[in-house]
Every structure is written in structure tokens, then in C-alpha cells.
Design a binder for this molecule. Structure first.
Ligand SMILES: [Zn+2]
Length: 270
């Protein structure tokens, strides 16, 4: 029987994702930096606060959402940033679905990702509501400090933020090379927090370290989730001599030590 292991696109085994919250004006300089290094990011936006300043900094305006975030993923951070465990079920549904509707209207794309607002801002009951609201993953706060693939995308904790070993973790990540693992480095935070901490130079150092590496897949969070879910749809023959890919996109497998592309809609014999 062939030895077959799943891979990221082009047979890669390392992926990097970023997730930044709140949609404030500091995102503009932050995105300029990301674009300089061609690193995609996911931005979690409160559409009910757009164009407003509630005393913690001005949010990007509705009219600018499409142009500011055009190279990046826009995802739900709820309509008005409440602590969801304090809200009624009706309010939670409204906060998520109305944010989705607004962001889809403003970007012209489906919006299927989310970051729970506020520290520890989720419960198991809230998590179980999200698939019915069209949400495919939700990020929690706190750092894992590791590069493991999350086991539950509705409770997705990231590797670190800019205050918890960012450069050390980045150095460790780029040097990882054991072929038996898939590795994910994920970094989260707020651009306004980076500005407040005068850490934009540190963040650029991070981008310099991790960008333009041939063995890293740079993905938006939804791209990562969609790819991992698509892998689960592969249909292998019982003797593992062929596989069918019913998805529209190519998937990659390591077959007996070699990367093999499985194009969408095709059956591939090994
Ligand atoms: Zn937030």
C-alpha cells in the first residue's frame, strides 16, 4: 500500500496565517507593511462601528472597506463588539448575522470567518450556534506558543501576538524542517495595539523573517480552513491505489515521499 500523507498547496508542510481585529484606521499603515512583504492577513471587523470613534480610536469608514482590505480577508467580529457570553441568544444571532450581511454587502464576497470579541468571549453554546450562522471558523484569544494544526476551528487559538515571543517564534518556525509534521504559525492582535506599543518596527522585522520563503504557504484564515476541510472530502479507494477529488480546487498529497497534485474534479492513480 502506498504511504500517503496530506500536504498544503504545492506539497508544502508549513503555513502562516495572521488575524487582526477591530478595523481601526491604524490598519492602513499595517496593511501597507503587509503588502510590502506580500503577506496576506485576515481582518475581523465590527460593521456597526464603521466610521465611528468610541473613544478608543476611529474605525475605517464603510465606503473605504472594499479598497482598504482588497488583498485580505474580511471576517466577522460581531456588529458592535459585545462580550457574547453576556448576551441573549437573540442578540448573539443578530450580532453575527448582521455583521456578516453588512460585510458581504461592503466587500461583495461571502464572509465566513470570525474572531470572538473580547478576552474569553465565547462559550460552548455560542460555538455550537456558529455553523448555523454560516461561520466556518472562529478565533479565540490567548497564545498556544506552538505550531500545531487546530483540532477545532471554532475554538482556534493562535501561536502568539506581538508581545509573546513573536520574533523568537518566527525564527523557530522558519527553521522547522521535520517532514512528518504539518506546521502552522498563526499570529493575532490589533494594529492599534502595535502602534500603541511602538512595535511596528518589530512587526516589520517579523515580516522580513517569515516572508518570501519557498516552503511556507501564506494563507488567509478562510483559505486555510477551506483547504483543510476540502482534504476531508477526498475519496480514496480501499486499497489506496487511486483517489478522487470532488472539490473545485487542487489538493496536494505526499505519496511515497513525493508531492502529488490532485486537481479538482479528477481521479488520480498512484
Ligand atoms: Zn476586538
Amino acid at each position: 500500500m502506498h504511504q500517503i500523507l496530506s500536504c498544503f498547496p504545492q506539497g508544502k508542510t508549513k503555513a502562516l496565517t495572521l488575524s487582526y481585529d477591530d478595523g481601526k484606521l491604524d490598519d492602513l499603515d499595517f496593511i501597507a507593511l503587509l503588502d510590502k512583504y506580500s503577506v496576506p492577513c485576515t481582518f475581523n471587523i465590527n460593521s456597526g462601528l464603521l466610521g465611528k470613534d468610541e473613544g478608543w480610536g476611529m474605525h475605517v469608514s464603510e465606503t473605504d472597506i472594499r479598497s482598504v482590505y482588497k488583498k485580505h480577508e474580511v471576517s466577522v467580529h460581531t456588529l458592535t463588539h459585545p462580550t457574547l457570553p453576556r448576551c441573549s441568544k437573540e442578540s448573539i444571532i443578530n450580532e453575527v448575522i448582521e455583521d456578516r450581511k453588512n460585510l458581504e454587502r461592503l466587500t461583495g464576497k461571502t464572509v465566513r470567518g470570525m474572531a470572538y470579541p473580547n478576552r474569553d468571549g465565547w462559550t460552548h453554546e455560542i460555538k455550537q450556534m456558529l455553523p448555523f450562522l454560516g461561520i466556518d471558523y472562529a478565533r479565540v484569544t490567548g497564545c498556544t506558543g506552538d505550531f500545531l494544526i487546530p483540532k477545532d476551528f471554532y475554538e482556534w487559538q493562535f501561536t502568539c501576538d506581538h508581545n509573546h515571543g513573536l520574533l523568537e517564534k518566527a525564527g523557530e518556525f522558519v527553521s522547522l524542517a521535520k517532514p512528518q509534521y504539518l506546521y502552522l504559525m498563526s499570529v493575532y492582535g490589533h494594529s492599534w495595539d502595535i502602534v500603541k506599543d511602538n512595535a511596528m518596527g518589530k512587526f516589520e522585522e517579523f515580516l522580513h523573517l517569515v516572508s518570501h520563503k519557498a516552503d511556507i504557504w501564506y494563507a488567509q484564515n478562510i483559505e486555510f480552513v477551506d483547504y483543510m476541510n476540502a482534504l476531508k472530502n477526498l475519496r480514496f479507494s480501499a486499497d489506496m491505489s487511486f483517489v478522487e477529488n470532488p472539490n473545485a480546487v487542487s489538493l496536494w498529497l505526499n505519496v511515497n515521499g513525493m508531492p502529488v497534485e490532485i486537481p479538482g474534479g479528477q481521479r488520480i492513480r498512484f
